[in-house]
Design a binder for this molecule. Structure first.
Ligand SMILES: NC(=O)c1ccc[n+]([C@@H]2O[C@H](COP(=O)([O-])OP(=O)(O)OC[C@H]3O[C@@H](n4cnc5c(N)ncnc54)[C@H](OP(=O)(O)O)[C@@H]3O)[C@@H](O)[C@H]2O)c1
Length: 314
């Protein structure tokens, strides 16, 4: 019997819920780490009945709150002494929101949910992961990082405490891209740090997967129209759940670490394009889905993100 444990954040809808069904149907012990417990209960019933696996449980986790993350980690440790797979799937992406949004810890909400939260959760669970015989971490990244093909684009780290909230336009869309780039950079750094402990860390580059109406409703103005239209041609969540499962369990990726992987299960490599490359060359690279912007490999930028996250969780 498979006794492996997987924690999936944001498993009460969309890809996270589909991933819970996939792992549960393959007999994993699934811990659905969700903020909205009412929605979580409904999802839990669905996952249990579709997978016919009773070892699926719901635990409360607001990944934007350090207090909630610490509580979740303590509760997990009281029950279990090992973790095999950790999937940072939850994300904040309320595009169109115009008021600066901050977490309970006064960190810009996109960064708090998509970067700082996963950073602390990983820190608190890494020793339990190290006890697994095949530990893997997966970070939900996005094709939105394509905006960093613009050589002038950098992660806006100086406004995450709202330092310029009165003078800069607040764009969740931009913070979202920043957060996914930061998460990719953390993927590279965690992979290095955890190599001696055998923990593999990868990121998956997600694009246009079907959203539930509840999620579409979170985005505002023309972003909602665009999301609803895109949904018509989007791939089903089960498709991405299969990719999550493959990256986290297959022999093919058992030794892979510090990589970005696309929806075709191909490793994505750093672009070799010159900074002065023309629009069509850049567009061709983005369309191929086979490369990521050079900025992700920038050691100085990675250090800044790493140090910033370390300072936040202190
Ligand atoms: N769908 C796509 O085309 C696409 C493209 C690129 C990347 N992605 C990435 O894929 C992942 C899953 O997204 P999805 O498309 O499946 O959308 P989704 O159904 O809206 O899932 C997002 C999940 O994150 C949860 N969440 C948000 N803030 C949270 C918090 N503070 N604490 C705990 N959970 C929180 C949400 O729970 P609540 O119900 O509590 O809000 C929800 O369960 C995300 O990382 C997203 O960025 C998706």
């Amino acid at each position: 019997m498979n006794t492996k444990k997987v924690v999936i954040t944001g498993a009460n809808s969309g890809i996270g819920k589909a991933a819970a069904i996939k792992f549960a149907s393959k007999n994993f012990h699934v811990i659905m780490a969700c903020r909205d417990l009412a929605k979580g209960e409904r999802a839990l019933k669905e996952v249990t009945s579709l997978s016919k696996n009773n070892r699926v449980e719901l635990m409360h986790l607001d990944v934007s709150s350090f207090k909630s993350i610490r509580r979740f980690s303590n509760e997990y440790r009281m029950k279990y002494d090992v973790l095999d797979v950790l999937i940072h799937n939850a994300a904040y992406f309320n595009h169109g929101e115009q008021e600066f949004q901050e977490s309970a810890d006064h960190i810009e909400l996109t960064f708090a949910t998509n970067v700082a939260g996963p950073f602390l959760l990983t820190e608190l669970l890494k020793d339990l992961l190290a006890k697994s015989d095949d530990p893997r971490i997966l970070n939900a990244c996005s094709t939105n990082i394509k905006h960093f093909f613009d050589p002038k684009r950098t992660i806006e780290l100086d406004n995450l405490r709202g330092e310029f909230r009165d003078s800069r336009i607040y764009s969740v869309y931009k913070h979202y891209g920043d957060s996914k780039m930061a998460l990719l950079m953390l993927t590279f750094r965690w992979a290095e740090e955890f190599r001696p402990h055998g923990i593999k860390v990868n990121a998956v580059m997600i694009n246009n997967i079907r959203n539930e109406w509840q999620s579409i409703k979170k985005v505002r103005s023309w972003y909602r129209v665009a999301a609803a239209l895109q949904n018509l041609i989007a791939a089903p969540t089960s498709m991405m759940a299969d990719v999550y499962f493959h990256i986290c369990t297959s022999n093919e990726f058992s030794e892979t670490t510090g990589k970005l992987i696309n929806h075709r299960k191909e490793v994505v490599y750093c672009s070799k394009l010159d900074d002065n490359a023309g629009f069509s060359a850049v567009a061709k690279e983005i369309k191929s889905g086979k490369t990521y912007p050079k900025y992700a490999d920038n050691r100085e930028a990675q250090d800044k993100v790493w140090v910033y996250c370390r300072r936040l969780i202190k």
